[in-house]
Design a protein around this ligand. Sequence first.
Ligand code: ATP
Length: 235
Amino acid sequence: RTQPPLLALRGVEAGYGAITVLHSIDLEVAAGEVLAVLGPNGAGKSTTLRVAAGLHRPSAGDLLLDGRPVTGADPVALARSGLCLIPEGRGIFPTLTVGENLRMVTYRGVSRAEVEHRAFTAFPRLAQRRRQRAGTMSGGEQQMLAMARAIAGDPAVLLLDELSMGLAPRIVGELYDKVHEIAATGVTIVAVEQFAAAVLGVATTAVVMADGRIVLAGAPDDIRGELQGVYLGGP
Ligand code: ATP
C-alpha cells in the first residue's frame, strides 16, 4: 500500500450493555477509496459504521483518523474534522423543505450559498424541489438530499448505511455512480450494504461480516466470486 489509511479501526470490540456484538474488527481505507462493508442482517455493519463515525465508543481497540487515535473523542469535533455518517433511514427532516434541510448544514462553516451551490451542482433535480417537503419526495430523491447535505458539509470521510434500502435497482445504480464521482474528488467512502451487487461496482476494497466478525476481505472481484449465490441478489 502506498498511502497510509485515512480511517482505520484496529482490534475493535463493541457492544450494547453486557453484550459484545463486534469482535476484533480491523478495517482501513485510504483517501479517495471506497470500502464496501457487506453482510447479512445483524452482522454488526451498522455498529461498525457508528464506531467509525465516532458515535459509538468501542470497549476495546481504536479508531484512527489520518493515523491519529481519536477513540472516544467528541463526536461533534470528529464531525468538524470531516467524519460524516448518513444513517440508515437517511437522517433528513421529512417535514422540512429541501431548502430548509440544506440550510441546516452549517457545522463546517460553509456559507448557505455555497451549500446550495454544492448540493444543486451534484443533484440538479433537487434544485427544482427546493420548496417541497422532503418527506413527500421519492425514496431516491430523499437519499439524494441526504447525500447532498453530506457533501455540502465538505466531508473527508463519508459513511453510508444501506444507501440502497427500499430503492429500485436503477436508482441505486444512479446513487452509486454519484458515490463514485464523490470518491474521485478525494472523499473517502465506507458503504455498508446487505446486498452486494451495486456497491461492489464502485468499491476499491470490500469486507464481509458475519456474527460481528470480518469473515472475508479482498478486492471487489474476489469478494463477488466468493459470494456467488450466497446473497448477491437484491438491488
Ligand atoms: P442490520 O442491517 O439489520 O441493521 P447490521 O449488520 O447493521 O444489521 P447491527 O445493527 O450493527 O447489524 O447489529 C448487530 C447486533 O447488535 C445485532 O444483534 C443487534 O440486535 C444488536 N444491536 C444493535 N443495536 C442495538 C442496541 N441499540 N441495543 C442492543 N442491541 C443492539
